[in-house]
Design a protein around this ligand. Structure first.
Ligand SMILES: C[S@@+](CC[C@H](N)C(=O)[O-])C[C@H]1O[C@@H](n2cnc3c(N)ncnc32)[C@H](O)[C@@H]1O
Length: 202
């Protein structure tokens, strides 16, 4: 999907994602001391706003102007720097303590560029956290993009970072329990499979 398609998607609903942060972003970042953070492909800013409310100085980057506008409104008094930009080209002017990429759905070469730029933006010891729909979600999970070329595994993400010195804290598949609705059968619990990579830059 290009920026225009994302703009249309964001314009069509009051909130496409949740107002609350993604559960894995919240879990993984809760123990980090606040500093400077970037949220690449921040969408409506649920994770950026959550971080900012915990004392982080956050830059939220997305190529959808509609998403960023919605984020700014959702943030209210909370200060977040909203930046319209392409995650595959974005470079930080200053090094950051935390770079988050949550559910960015791009073909491999573009995903690689975004992940590398995010990790290269970190100070030594800074944390990179990527959460995404796992490749196995197609066959074994529920929801998420159905195009296999924008899905990934933790191994793919680590391979994207070849040559950059990092210490891996966590890398693997994580289960996200969700409730799915069905007109005929009502609501049911289901599992969505995500991949999660948390590492620090050496
Ligand atoms: C599934 S949404 C996730 C949003 C947010 N990270 C979250 O977890 O709520 C994917 C986001 O990636 C953004 N996006 C996709 N390709 C992008 C690119 N090349 N540069 C910047 N943003 C991009 C879209 O506009 C969209 O907001």
């Amino acid at each position: 999907m290009d920026a225009e398609a994302w703009d249309e998607r964001y314009a069509a609903a009051a909130l496409v994602w949740s107002a609350e942060p993604n559960r894995f972003v919240a879990q993984e970042c809760a123990d980090l001391p606040p500093g400077r953070a970037v949220d690449l492909a921040a969408g409506e800013g649920r994770n950026a706003i959550w971080l900012a409310r915990r004392g982080w100085q956050v830059t939220a980057v997305d190529f959808s102007a509609v998403a960023l506008d919605k984020g700014a409104r959702l943030a209210g008094e909370t200060e977040v720097e909203w930046v319209a930009g392409d995650a595959t080209e974005w470079r930080s002017a200053e090094s950051v303590d935390l770079a988050v990429i949550a559910y960015l759905q791009l073909p491999a070469a573009q995903r690689r560029a975004a992940s590398r730029h995010a990790v290269e933006s970190l100070r030594p010891g800074g944390t990179f956290l990527l959460v995404a729909h796992d490749s196995t979600n197609l066959a074994e999970g529920t929801g998420g993009p159905q195009d296999p070329t924008v899905l990934m595994t933790a191994e793919d993400v680590l391979a994207d970072l070849d040559g950059i010195e990092v210490d891996v804290v966590r890398a693997g598949r994580v289960a996200r329990e969700v409730v799915v609705g069905d007109d005929h059968r009502g609501e049911a619990a289901a599992t969505a499979w995500d991949c999660l990579v948390r590492l620090t830059r050496r």
